[in-house]
Design a protein around this ligand. Structure first.
Ligand code: 6PG
Length: 259
């Protein structure tokens, strides 16, 4: 697992544009190496804004979108047409504007979808999708994601792993979580073993309300109390922040030139 590297940008809009540009390069590099790429998307305001900025990035079509596998780190367990769905928001922000291969867009089941309204069955269904995509050289029943995007809650959640949640202890790659503090209450989430299959994990956070969680997660807090602390990539872990979200970090953590 890789130690976190922190990069700070002057504002939330600049952060979103920078992460979008970084995503273009990351996907192009992965495709140059292997002919295809895989990315795990996140919900939340910052995560969806990154997708909008990627849609509007003039270099976006340097990515061969037909050969990108798209997964989600978590999903709200709501009907497919519900505007709260991360998949729906991602389609509106980016996916409907680029020529993705529909067979390579791996959305979680909706509450009115294949799992018949059972969130545990939906989690098992998605775990089977992941296992089917895993290659012999991958680590366990999850494919090696090239880039995995995550957002951060003010109290330290990431994906839909909330502080103190049993999901933080899970060894299964995907679980249903109920009574989540952030609505909607029932969600599906990758767990740490699945998140850790990613080559690169990018934690993207903006806003003063995230500053305490950022400082705790990077300051050595435990994964159960501050789940974001457990987000680590195999080769690289990036914390991509705006100045407000980084405002409680000690100077020693800010090792890179900051824009
Ligand atoms: C979700 C996200 C969640 C989100 C954070 C940050 O489905 O809600 O996966 O983990 O990324 O809560 O959300 P904001 O960027 O809106 O603060």
């Amino acid at each position: 697992m890789s130690a976190p590297q922190v990069i700070v940008h002057a504002s939330a809009p600049l952060l979103a544009r920078s992460v979008a540009a970084r995503l273009v390069t990351g996907l192009v590099d992965a495709q140059a190496a292997r002919g295809h790429a895989s990315v795990v998307l996140t919900g939340g305001g910052v995560g969806i804004d990154v997708l909008r900025q990627l849609r509007d990035n003039p270099a976006r079509d340097a990515v061969d979108w037909r050969h990108v596998d798209i997964w989600w780190g978590d999903e709200r367990f709501v009907p497919a047409a519900d505007p709260e769905r991360n998949e729906r928001q991602a389609r509106e922000a980016l996916l409907d504007a680029v020529p993705v291969d529909s067979k390579r867009v791996h959305a979680f089941p909706a509450s009115d979808g294949v799992a018949g309204g059972d969130p545990d069955a939906a989690a098992e269904w998605y775990a089977a999708e992941l296992a089917a995509a895993a290659q012999p050289e991958d680590h366990g029943p999850v494919p090696r994601f090239d880039i995995l995007l995550l957002g951060l809650g003010a109290e330290g959640h990431t994906a839909s792993i909330f502080p103190g949640s049993p999901a933080a202890y899970e060894q299964r790659p995907v679980v249903a979580v109920r009574n989540c503090p952030k609505p909607p209450p029932t969600r599906l989430t990758l767990t740490f073993p699945a998140l850790g299959a990613a080559n690169q994990v990018w934690m993207v956070a903006a806003g003063q309300d995230k500053a305490t969680a950022v400082a705790l997660a990077l300051g050595g807090a435990g994964w159960v109390q501050v789940p974001a602390a457990g987000a680590q990539g195999r080769a690289r872990t990036l914390w991509l922040l705006d100045r407000a979200a980084a405002s409680k970090l000690p100077p020693s953590v800010l090792r890179l030139p900051q824009s």
